[in-house]
Design a protein around this ligand. Structure first.
Ligand code: 5GP
Ligand code: ZN
Length: 145
């Protein structure tokens, strides 16, 4: 799957894949590409994308998904080594309300440095609603088939 893969001529990441826009590439396979983020949250902030254009993770084809999954551990290890910290956040935003600015699936690998730089986030954990949780789990489970 190369020439016939989904492509959006208006998509900045498709332009990077096509070589029409430069990037600092760090890893490439037949199906995936990783490069430095041009607006890093911390030193070493890297993006991993499928070469095929899909807007969000749920739309991704299985071969691209498998290849991204194979690349992620390698990339995390390489970024950690080069950035000099073993700690990172892997972030994947879907949809503008969830923080997605570029509508081409991508994973962020964001090193967390000892100076605190990295992904700022809070984790306002709630308590699960036991009365509704069984039905909710069943509903999600049914939707996986
Ligand atoms: P999102 O908010 O969609 O999850 O993240 C998009 C990311 O893409 C941002 O971190 C932004 O800095 C990065 N980005 C946007 N345009 C370019 C570009 O032309 N080149 C590179 N290397 N990164 C980009
Ligand atoms: Zn694209």
């Amino acid at each position: 799957m190369t020439a016939n893969r989904p492509f959006d001529p208006d998509c900045i990441f498709c332009k990077i894949v096509a070589g029409q826009v430069p990037c600092r590439r760090v890893l490439e396979t037949d199906l995936s590409l990783a490069f430095l983020d041009v607006g890093p949250l911390s030193r070493g902030h890297t993006l991993l994308i499928p070469k095929a254009h899909f807007a969000t993770l749920d739309a991704l084809d299985p071969d691209s998904a498998a290849d991204l999954g194979r690349c992620l551990p390698t990339l995390c290890k390489a970024v950690a080594q080069a950035a000099g910290t073993p700690h990172c956040n892997v972030l994947q935003n879907n949809g503008a309300p969830a923080g997605q600015a570029v509508m081409h699936v991508h994973f962020h690998i964001i090193p967390k440095h000892s100076d605190g730089s990295g992904l700022p986030f809070e984790w306002p954990a709630g308590a699960i609603d036991n009365a509704a949780a069984d039905a909710l789990a069943a509903s999600i489970s049914r939707a996986t088939h």
